[in-house]
Design a protein around this ligand. Sequence first.
Ligand SMILES: *Cc1c(COP(=O)(O)O)cnc(C)c1O
Length: 379
Amino acid sequence: MTISEQEREGLLTIDLGALVDNYRWLRGQLRSASECGAVVKADAYGLGVAQVAPALFTAGCRSFFVATQREGEQLRSLLPPEATIYVLTGVRPGCEQACAQAGLIPVLVTTAQVQRWCDFTMGMGGDASLAAPAALKVDSGMTRLGMGGEEFAALLPQTGLLRRANLQLFLSHLACADEADHAQNVRQLQVFSGMLTQLRKVCPQVRASFANSAGICLGEEFQFDLVRPGSALYGVNPVPAQPNPMRPVVNLRLPVLQLRQVSSDCAVGYGATQTAVAGSWLAVVRGGYADGILRAQSGRGYGMAVVGNEAVRVPMLGRVSMDTTIFDVSALSETQRSQLALIEVLGASVTVDDVGTAAGTIGYEILTSLGHRYCRQYC
Ligand SMILES: *Cc1c(COP(=O)(O)O)cnc(C)c1O
């Protein structure tokens, strides 16, 4: 079977229609007062922020989250001015004015950062008595980025500073949201709600944001004013214990470089870790760990051999190499083999979650590892 020029490079198809459907599905889960934002950090989880963010904006999304200021500056140039952009890792000392000038809202996590933000951006939003808009993130139990309870308690009495800081959003992050029954979810909810009540005595207008993709599915009490889904937009299952309600967004098909039958038992690949028995048919495809086919799935991963409109599940054999991966395609009939040109390694039947499991990791890492040697096609 002949393949297109694009397929020769390995074809990564990103379905923006599915992405938008996923956004709408998530929005449909929300209590009516809650807004659905989108996390587009790390180049929209590897899928291309330049295409993903405008598609989400067109679907009605107005609040975007990125990880770094540089990502924020890039995103600012991609979106109309009415988009709000939050920078999750905040602002480095010395970058406050550049951050405010780019219209980015940093997520601050220390009192010193709040102080500096006021010192360097007072009046930049127009009102001489206010700093440029900022967000404050607290630690409610994950012990990652966020102001701890004691520092927060010490900040609360500094009402002048808090009011000047022009806090638009108060947020925290869940550690165990993908395990619905985990006791930590409710614990974190109580801590966050308590802190929010305290803060609203000083800043009554501040909006609250708590839920990532999985957090949205924990129920309305976790949703507050603005939710921050990332992974589910891109097709990762937000509730791993249940069937995935999200549409797959990514499809990756790798071209077969060589198809051959081995006449005797043969050790396959680096380290000779697996054996192809005599008579096996092997397909070597273009795509390896430098392309995000994680080496950790060696001996466990699989793909779908594409033959006409059918797809046949075929196991990987031997270790994944940098540029190539070997599949045992003995399950194919002779006719099917004669048509074999592509093996799908991500798609509806090889989900990002399944591949993550095979590689001992999560779908997130599969997406963010996708390489830059593919031909990318958006539809
Ligand atoms: C990455 C991130 C998110 C998005 O989480 P998903 O699990 O991908 O939905 C939300 N909030 C913060 C603070 C994050 O770092």
